[in-house]
Write a protein that binds this ligand. Structure first.
Ligand SMILES: NC(=O)c1ccc[n+]([C@@H]2O[C@H](COP(=O)([O-])OP(=O)(O)OC[C@H]3O[C@@H](n4cnc5c(N)ncnc54)[C@H](OP(=O)(O)O)[C@@H]3O)[C@@H](O)[C@H]2O)c1
Length: 294
């Protein structure tokens, strides 16, 4: 299928649904035991019309990128949108450049469509240095666009002031359950400032609560609860999502979340009534203690 695309006022586009790859190729260390199945899952995603693939240098200590590199051989690179991330401890100027070069090598490509600091740089690393390195990578054609992950409004705004390039996204945990991005005004800010919110953890790692209103909506729309949950995310302006799956049945289920619309009343009800909402991420809570003053 053609995955629908959203386009910012700047002209930058992202498909509403991309493929996450956390835990493909291992967690923090490389795990080669599922290579064949994971390469097949990435190819299946591309064959089903997915073009945006999200990875990071830290996923499986680089092995996620190697699996993607293997999977995309034989596909038209220009039709794919590959995003990778530089870890918080690798964000000094020279380290950013070295990390990017290593990611490109593992992915077997000569450019990234999107390069994203995985967190705000660690204490002791100057964000200005990080942004200068990202600008240099754009100038060299090694990356096409710059994004950010897991940052507050103030940190995003501060980073934006330090780059000549538009920061095109803030990648954050956002789902029916996890509403920190809403509670802290980040969704509104991104909508007002022409930035995508790339929602990670959209299915709460497969543990999103199925019952209650999600069940009611699933029955009403003749969809599964997870299709409702994904549709609710992408129904919002500037929000796209990147679920991870290695199972064909899950991929096919998730893609049926696209191409139809919840009614505005039901979007509102899901927003308000979904049970057990949390206003802080358990996995990557944003760091307000170290936030930059507005
Ligand atoms: N920037 C960051 O700090 C950050 C942090 C976390 C994640 N991410 C990115 O965001 C992506 C998505 O987040 P995530 O992987 O943590 O969580 P997720 O996409 O919410 O959940 C993935 C899990 O859900 C399962 N799943 C997928 N579709 C399903 C379905 N229809 N029914 C039941 N289970 C289903 C998958 O299992 P199967 O594989 O068995 O289908 C997998 O275990 C990551 O892969 C990564 O690329 C970024």
């Amino acid at each position: 299928m053609d995955v629908p695309v959203k386009t910012l006022k700047s002209g930058f586009s992202l498909p509403v649904y991309g493929l996450g790859t956390w835990q493909m190729g291992g967690r923090w260390e490389a795990d080669h035991s599922n290579d064949a199945a994971e390469i097949a899952a990435i190819k299946a995603a591309i064959d089903h019309g997915i073009t945006h693939i999200d990875t990071a240098e830290s996923y499986g200590a680089g092995h996620s990128e190697e699996l993607i590199g293997e999977a995309i051989k034989g596909y038209d690179r220009s039709k794919l949108f590959i995003a990778s991330k530089v870890s918080a401890w690798n964000q000094r100027y020279d380290d950013v450049v070295r990390s990017c070069e290593a990611s490109l090598k593992r992915l077997g490509t000569d450019y990234l469509d999107l390069y994203i600091p995985h967190r705000f740089p660690e204490p002791g690393i100057d964000i200005a240095d990080t942004m200068r390195a990202l600008d240099w990578l754009v100038e060299q054609g090694m990356i096409k666009h710059i994004g950010f992950c897991n940052v507050t409004i103030n940190r995003l705004a501060a980073a934006q002031k330090l780059t000549a390039n538009k920061i095109v996204c803030n990648q954050l945990e956002y789902s029916l359950s996890y509403r920190e991005a809403e509670a802290r005004g980040i969704i509104d800010y991104c909508q007002q400032n022409d930035v995508f919110v790339v929602a990670w953890g959209p299915l709460q790692k497969g543990a999103l609560e199925h019952g209650g209103i999600l069940q009611e909506m699933a029955a009403k729309y003749d969809k599964t609860p997870y299709q409702i949950a994904l549709n609710w995310l992408i129904s919002q302006e500037n929000v796209v999502t990147i679920p991870k799956t290695t199972q064909l049945a899950h991929l096919e289920e998730n893609l049926e979340a696209l191409g139809w619309e919840l009614s505005p009343e039901d979007i509102y009800r899901l927003t308000k009534e979904f049970q057990g909402q949390k206003t802080t991420s358990d996995r990557v809570p944003l760091d307000y203690a170290a936030d930059i003053p507005a």
